[in-house]
Write a protein that binds this ligand. Structure first.
Ligand code: MTE
Ligand code: MO
Length: 198
């Protein structure tokens, strides 16, 4: 393992830990939907069924990911739908600078638009050529490999375009609003002016 691939304070564990808050939701394909709401260009909400979502063009990304509890999972190959595809079909208002990712049971994480559209960010449906397992976020999770992994929301059900930044689940509970592991942005007390909502 190249030393340079591991952000400060991180280690590579033996297994591949699965971690989340609360229970693993069950997937019901008939009622599952993916909603794009908030500050859309048209002002209307967009809604994708599972059938719609499955037919979207897929891309893949190979990336490491880094949990703030200090383990890193190296060399994951994710396949799924790029944020650019969603933004093309459900465009944001030009003033949108932030996105809230929403999951089952109300889990959420906020992203700057620049992190949402970064090259490694993907709405993943597969990991290492297999559909995601239930505990890794089946049927859909976002991966934001360049930020701490609490931003890589599992069981995603929608996104909300934001004109003003707002904290998500862990960001409200003392974790850093931006969450760059290379800068060890772990906790909200480390935030510099401009890195979080007032
Ligand atoms: N919906 C949801 N997504 C979540 C979480 C969660 O509690 N709920 N935990 C996050 C955290 S803290 C981590 S480290 C990663 C873990 O992903 P993994 O289980 O695939 O290792 O999922 C993230 N996504
Ligand atoms: Mo985490």
């Amino acid at each position: 393992m190249e030393e340079s691939r591991l952000p400060p304070g991180q280690y590579v564990p033996r297994g591949r830990p699965v971690i989340h808050y609360g229970r693993v939701p069950s997937f019901k394909p008939d009622t599952w939907d993916f909603r794009v709401f908030g500050a859309t260009a048209s002002g209307e909400e967009h809604c994708f069924t599972w059938g719609d979502f499955e037919r979207l063009p897929r891309e893949s990304v190979i990336a490491d990911f880094h949990c703030v509890t200090k383990f890193s999972l190296m060399g994951n190959e994710w396949a799924g739908v790029s944020p650019a595809t969603i933004m093309r079909l459900a465009p944001p208002d030009p003033g949108v600078r932030h996105v809230m990712i929403w999951a089952e049971y109300g889990y959420s994480a906020n992203l700057r638009m620049s992190d949402f559209t970064a090259p490694g960010t993907l709405f993943a449906m597969e990991l290492d050529d297999k559909p995601l397992t239930a505990d890794r976020g089946h049927p859909l999770r976002i991966v934001v490999p360049h930020l701490y992994a609490w931003k890589s929301v599992k069981w995603v059900r929608g996104i909300e375009y934001l004109l003003e930044d707002r904290r998500g689940f862990w960001e409200e509970r003392g974790y850093h609003n931006v969450a760059d592991p290379w800068r060890e942005q772990r906790y909200s007390y480390q935030e510099e002016p401009g890195e979080g909502p007032p």
